[in-house]
Design a protein around this ligand. Structure first.
Ligand code: SF4
Length: 235
């Protein structure tokens, strides 16, 4: 499906609105998935002063580091990388092992809190707004999300410029604009996070079943960063 130029224009306009309103107190939290590399391309063309931040959990696939550097080189953007607190990781691993996330939901949430949520809180500290690449059709929990929201969990205004985009439109944009993307998408990974918590899926499977599939009978789980405020994890 070819993406309509009016959808691209609406997303670009929202990025410009966010940038004009919040200036240096606005960041794009990028995980380098398909939507996020499309967003980087949009930012570079329409609102290049927006600060881009990303999290290196220490467990990312090599393909994610490759696309990070490919974007860094193509767009000459300043991408700020946040890491987990080393002493917290050391303590967690000493107590529960390197692969604690497979032991229980609580252990997985502990790992996500240490490696993702706390570093993201540091990245968002002092900011007034953030941008995400979420799309409504990605998950049932995202059906009520709007283009502009109040994010009660982080206490920020939240902009979701791609909320109306479909998966096919996202890929049309990536290919039409020669945007670098994570090579794991070509191996049927619809959603890419940490290496031990992401997998490829087969035809007909829910795209979210590529993450934390062992936790639920239907194989679909959310990390919590973009669930509705009432469903946000405490950390
Ligand atoms: S996705 Fe997996 S490895 Fe990454 S922080 Fe969460 S539990 Fe840990």
């Amino acid at each position: 499906m070819t993406i309509d130029q009016s959808k691209i224009d609406a997303s670009a306009a929202l990025l410009q609105q966010a940038s004009d309103t919040y200036g240096a107190e606005l960041v794009f939290a990028c995980s380098f998935g398909a939507e996020d590399v499309a967003m980087i391309d949009l930012i570079s063309k329409h609102a290049p002063s927006i600060q881009i931040v990303t999290l290196d959990t220490g467990r990312l696939p090599q393909a994610t580091y490759d696309v990070m550097d490919a974007c860094r080189e193509k767009y000459a953007l300043d991408i700020k990388v946040y890491f987990p607190d080393a002493s917290e990781v050391e303590e967690m691993v000493r107590e529960s092992g390197l692969n604690l996330f497979y032991k229980s939901v609580e252990s997985r949430k502990q790992c996500c809190a240490v490696r993702k949520i706390k570093p993201l809180k540091r990245a968002l500290a002092g900011q007034k707004a953030w941008i995400t690449g979420v799309r409504r059709e990605q998950a049932d929990s995202r059906q009520d999300m709007a283009a502009i929201e109040d994010d009660a969990f982080f206490g920020l205004k939240k902009f979701n410029p791609l909320i109306e985009w479909t998966e096919a439109e996202t890929w049309d944009y990536i290919r039409s604009n020669d945007v670098p993307y994570n090579a794991l998408h070509d191996q049927h990974y619809p959603s890419i996070g940490c290496e031990p918590c992401s997998r490829s899926i087969t035809v007909g499977e829910d795209p979210r079943s590529g993450r934390w599939w062992w936790e639920r009978e239907d194989g679909v789980a959310e990390c919590g960063l973009h669930a509705s405020p009432l469903k946000q994890p405490k950390s």
